[in-house]
Design a protein around this ligand. Structure first.
Ligand SMILES: [Zn+2]
Length: 244
């Protein structure tokens, strides 16, 4: 499975191609070695722990918490939201940026997705949970503002309720436009500060949500044309494509 996505991966240090060795992925240029964990996870962060929060210690709490968080801040059912984010996606190379415990990827597998599924997250415990939840998906332990995937290679970029966490959204969005092929799909759901509730949510959880119009300008500045949006309470889903 890792072999199937290896041709589109690149070394996060020097952007060169990678090859597989026993238990490792190795950069052909700088020699950097990245561990393979549980057959389907490549650890590009190594000793760098990223955030170690409650959910890293108890990843099983994450899914129930998502449902509670959704009831407080979202609108409609969480399942309906996941259904919409994955609607009519059936083939090609798909990245779920900030995949957490793999809810979207396992839904895509249940819907008989035929292409390659790649989940990216910084949390190893989350990725281990996600790999148990899925059968075919490959996981990269990496930050979504520095994705170890080559330029112009993926068909679909999906991200659910993650990008608002980043202060430097331009960096995250420039990565979307770098790795997507021209015409590739963008489906991003984020918290916005359009409503009072959204501003309170952003303040309470110390996330860096911004207004819908600011997200749209950022996407546009990176060649991503937003075709439609859909409101889910304080969250908003953006649907677009890379126009150049
Ligand atoms: Zn390298």
């Amino acid at each position: 499975m890792i072999e199937s996505v290896l041709p589109i991966l690149q070394c996060p240090k020097c952007s060169s191609k990678l090859r597989k060795e026993q238990g490792y992925i190795v950069c052909i240029q700088c020699g950097a070695k990245y561990s393979i964990i549980d057959e389907r996870i490549i650890d590009f962060l190594g000793g760098d722990q990223g955030w170690v929060g409650l959910f890293e210690r108890f990843p099983r709490l994450y899914d129930p918490w998502s449902r509670i968080g959704w009831r407080l801040s979202g609108r409609g059912s969480l399942d309906r939201f996941y259904e919409e984010l994955t609607e009519n996606l059936s083939e090609g190379i798909l990245v779920d940026a900030g995949c957490g415990t793999g809810s979207l990827l396992s839904l895509l597998e249940r819907k008989q997705y035929r292409g390659s599924l790649i989940g990216i997250d910084i949390s190893l415990p989350m990725l281990k949970t996600a790999s148990r939840k899925t059968k075919e998906a490959v996981f990269l332990r990496a930050s979504i503002d520095r994705i170890p995937i080559a330029n112009d290679t993926i068909d679909h970029y999906v991200s659910s309720l993650v990008i608002h966490i980043f202060r430097d959204k331009a960096k995250v969005i420039s990565e979307i436009s770098r790795i997507l092929r021209k015409g590739g799909n963008v489906r991003v759901a984020v918290a916005t500060t359009d409503s009072i509730k959204g501003r309170i949510f952003s303040r309470l959880l110390a996330v860096h949500a911004i207004r819908t119009s600011d997200y749209i300008s950022l996407f546009k500045a990176h060649g991503i044309e937003i075709l439609r949006t859909n409101d889910f309470g304080t969250f908003k889903a953006f649907y677009g494509l890379l126009s150049y």
